[in-house]
Design a protein around this ligand. Structure first.
Ligand code: ADP
Length: 346
């Protein structure tokens, strides 16, 4: 198989299971985000792929070749870390040319490669500047250019944008995605920011506690979370418990909800996104009665918390902000739950 295959990888640090039975196949040219909360094992997995860390057990196969034992400097992968790790005493051009220089590439080729890479990251003409004359976003691009100097087979990024402010981070995410598409280079990005994963990834690998929870394209992860952890971690989700009373009819605190794909009987938990819910003044065949607890304007949407007796958490409903809302706190309402919007969780 061409591409990267990770097979039954385990990593322990003393008593800590940092990674448990990780298997994953990635086709060449894909942008993969390793997503999960702090401590879930993302960086460990990336560092094992890079060869900076050795797995306790398991294999890494690249284009049918077992690279598990190949040392990092012979893998020739491009890496960008959160710290960027640029050399402050070298110029921009010298930084980018560094991996070429230590491999004995001629001065002329180094110079033309630096020019090509600076163009690629939209910073032509800064080769002679000192690193400390650049802004945070510009340094980021230089670190990316340096990582790409060896035309690596894999491009590995460990939270490289987490130090940037929100606006710049979003701009860099778009830029990174564009660059990756242009080069068609297989890329792994570690992030704990689900928005970043949604913006950049072809495939999101959601991790928790050293275990892969789901592997799927961003929209699939959002629309069809595999379990309660994924539903809750990605965006805002209402997780509601209920009891199947009749085929497709689920009794929940505050009402009855119709769910097409519910099992035949028993206790279930389902997830429903705030933007799929409606607020009505009359009950429907699938609704939950509650009281408005509070509302807040988010610019593009109005978020309404509805408190429902017997539900451990408020149900959150997101209404388009153009839809003028005259809801008042304490008002009795019915949250209409469309059957097609509910995802039954494992
Ligand atoms: P993430 O990148 O998702 O924040 P890490 O891969 O850094 O998570 O860490 C996963 C787990 O392994 C954590 O429990 C962390 O404390 C532990 N860990 C990581 N590196 C080491 C190490 N060098 N020594 C001991 N424990 C480590």
């Amino acid at each position: 198989m061409s591409g990267l295959a990770i097979q039954k990888l385990n990593k322990t640090y003393g008593p800590v299971n940092a990674l448990s039975d990780i298997s994953l196949k990635v086709e060449n040219g894909q942008f993969v985000c390793l997503l999960g909360p702090s401590g879930c094992g993302k960086s460990t997995l990336l560092r094992i792929i890079a060869g900076l860390e050795t797995a306790s057990t398991g294999k890494i196969i690249l284009d049918d070749r077992d690279i598990t034992e190949v040392p990092a400097h012979l893998r020739d992968f491009g890496m960008v870390f959160q710290s960027l790790a640029l050399f402050p005493h070298l110029s921009v051009g010298e930084n980018i040319a560094y991996p070429l220089r230590i491999r004995g590439v001629s001065k002329d080729v180094q110079k033309s490669e630096v020019e090509r890479l600076l163009k690629l990251v939209h910073l032509p003409g800064v080769a002679d500047r000192a690193i400390n004359q650049l802004s945070g976003g510009q340094r980021q691009r230089i670190a990316i250019a340096r990582a790409l100097a060896l035309k690596p087979k894999l491009f590995l990024l460990d939270e490289p944008m987490s130090a940037l402010d929100a606006k710049l981070r979003e701009a860099m995410q778009v830029e990174l995605k564009r660059l990756q598409q242009e080069l068609g280079i297989t890329t792994f990005l570690v992030t704990h920011d689900q928005r970043e994963a949604m913006t950049t990834a072809d495939v999101v690998v959601v991790m928790s506690g050293g275990v892969i929870q789901q592997v799927a394209p961003p929209l699939e992860i959002y629309r069809n979370p595999a379990n309660a952890f994924v539903a809750d971690f990605i965006g805002v989700a209402n997780l509601i418990e209920g009891h199947v009373e009749a085929p497709g009819k689920v009794i929940v605190p505050g009402g009855t909800v119709s769910i097409g794909n519910a099992p035949a009987y028993g206790k279930i938990t389902f997830s429903v996104r705030p933007e799929d819910l409606e607020i009505r003044t009359q009950p429907s065949e699938s609704s939950v009665a509650g009281k408005v607890a509070f509302t807040r304007h988010l610019g593009s949407a109005i978020e309404v918390n509805v408190a429902v007796e017997g539900q451990p958490r408020d149900i959150i409903v997101s209404l388009p902000s153009r839809q003028e809302s005259s809801l008042t706190v304490g008002q009795s309402v019915y949250v209409h739950v469309p059957a097609s919007a509910c995802v039954v969780l494992r």
